[in-house]
Design a protein around this ligand. Structure first.
Ligand code: SF4
Length: 474
């Protein structure tokens, strides 16, 4: 199919969804009249930033249709946007679903919907169909733009509709969206992943890579800034391979430079970066662009070349360390964070020592450490040399101790400095404090009030508490 046809299709799809929003509005009004009250919704998001952004799209449509937000699952439309990165995430959803179904028995207006990565797994859909038949709607990751149409179906019928697609080539722009934060937003730059790391389910549930056109991304960023957004997080499973499949290819570095030109945008972040696709030009772009935050989240997963190969990661320990050196040379104040998997099938003590060696050399500002989770359907789940739980636990504890020691050491280096902090919210434990983030993503708490949310202040970092700072406005 040609690019023009896809664009035309996307436009007619957009119009179709707006027609469905109008139909949904009428149906919600009718239901409100018989309920004698406003109808409410509750969206529960599991998993990553991609899901968080998708949930904002769902909320945008629910609110356009006339639903108002509820504080809990005691609502008329409850939707779980699920994640399937770990096996126990699936179990959590089943547990909550049982409670929802009991609530539905008492509320004739209630509809239950499930979407997201977990729904792309056929075994999950089968289980819901047989054990949770009161669910109204199941859809996946590829047809989220059809939500208005699916919602209409739900409002007209109290029967289960399953609409799961294997893939899509379509990106439908400009549908309603409701941001969780007024001052910061995620922006999808691409969808899917082509990498097939052997432990990861993402390529099976989110499909192949599709990049958005740079003009659409820039237009969305400009609109967000006009609406008060100062920080944008560019989202993709592997942002470093952005643009390769566009008719006129564009690199991620080029995209960053264009976004950096947007007046009024103060902070640009991005995730996630695959080391194999991280170019020297991207490092240059990060160093040149004053609004790109000095933070790189660079998943290592393992320091052992043997395991990296089994994981299908396409880089070696040395190549990874070379990238870190280049990043630190170009951007001396950069914070580097990572993801590490402990207990991948066949991991020996020697393999684990290689990982510890990288952790010691890089001195990460923070690391997210994961115990290997066997995901059905991935090549790693079929490997027969799974590591015993007690061995994994011991390695995990040793790794965590070093990660925490390094992180505290790195954080301490900034104590006493005055740095800009974007205030994000009132502190959850003490309402006389506000919480915000440094450009390198570290958390800072300092005296303040709600009027400061969304603004950047120069803050002296008085005390480092390991993973966060206490400070005061200069
Ligand atoms: S790069 Fe690898 S780990 Fe990341 S989403 Fe793609 S397959 Fe999964």
């Amino acid at each position: 199919m040609s690019e023009t046809n896809i664009t035309l299709n996307a436009e007619s799809e957009r119009l179709l969804q707006y027609e469905n929003i109008e139909i949904a509005k009428g149906l919600v009004k009718e239901l409100e009249a018989s309920a004698g009250r406003k109808l409410t919704y509750y969206v529960k998001t599991f998993g990553c930033q991609m899901n968080a952004r998708d949930s904002e799209k769902i909320v945008g449509i629910l609110e356009e249709a006339g639903y108002v937000e509820a504080e809990s699952e005691q609502a008329d439309f409850v939707i779980y946007n699920t994640c399937t990165v770990r096996e126990n995430a699936n179990n959590k959803v089943y547990g909550r679903l049982g409670n929802l179904i009991n609530m539905k028995k008492k509320n004739p207006f209630m509809r239950i919907a499930l979407c997201g990565c977990m729904m792309q797994e056929p075994t999950v859909v089968e289980k819901i169909k047989t054990s949770y038949r009161q669910v109204n709607l199941i859809f996946g990751t590829h047809n989220i733009y059809k939500f208005a149409e699916l919602l209409v179906h739900c409002l007209q019928n109290d029967k289960l509709l399953v609409d799961i697609w294997d893939d899509t080539d379509k990106i439908v722009e400009d549908l309603p969206i409701k941001r969780k934060y007024s001052f910061k937003s995620g922006v999808n730059i691409m969808f899917g992943c082509n990498n097939f790391c052997s432990y990861c389910i993402v390529p099976y549930v989110r499909g192949r890579e599709r990049s958005r056109e740079p003009k659409d991304i820039i237009r969305e960023c400009e609109k967000l800034v006009a609406d008060g957004v100062t920080e944008i997080m560019l989202l993709g499973q592997n942002v470093n391979s952005y643009g390769k499949n566009l008719e006129q290819p564009v690199t991620f570095a080029e995209l960053l430079r264009s976004i950096n030109e947007i007046k009024g945008l103060k902070r640009i972040r991005f995730m996630t970066s695959h080391p194999k696709d991280l170019s020297d030009d991207l490092i240059r772009a990060m160093a040149e662009c004053e609004n790109v935050c000095p933070h790189m989240h660079l998943p290592l997963q393992s320091g052992s070349d043997r395991l990296l190969e089994l994981m299908n990661r396409h880089y070696t320990k040395q190549q990874y360390l070379d990238i870190v050196t280049k990043l630190r040379q170009a951007i001396p104040d950069i914070a580097i964070t990572t993801d590490i998997i402990v207990g991948f099938p066949g991991e020996t003590e020697e393999d684990f020592q290689e990982t510890l060696d990288v952790v010691k050399q890089v001195e990460y500002d923070n690391a997210f450490t994961f115990i290997y989770s066997k995901r059905t359907g991935t090549p790693a789940a079929r490997m027969d040399n799974q590591v015993p739980e007690d061995v994994i636990k011991d390695r995990f504890d040793r790794l965590l101790a070093i990660v925490q020691e390094n992180a505290a050491k790195k954080a301490n280096l900034l104590t006493g400095k005055v740095l800009p902090v974007l205030v994000e919210q009132i502190n959850e434990q003490d309402d006389k404090l506000v919480s915000g983030r440094l450009a390198n993503n570290s958390l800072v708490h300092f005296p303040g009030d709600a009027s400061m949310i969304g603004n950047i202040y120069q803050v002296r970092l008085l005390e480092c508490k390991g993973f966060y700072y206490l400070g005061e406005v200069e």
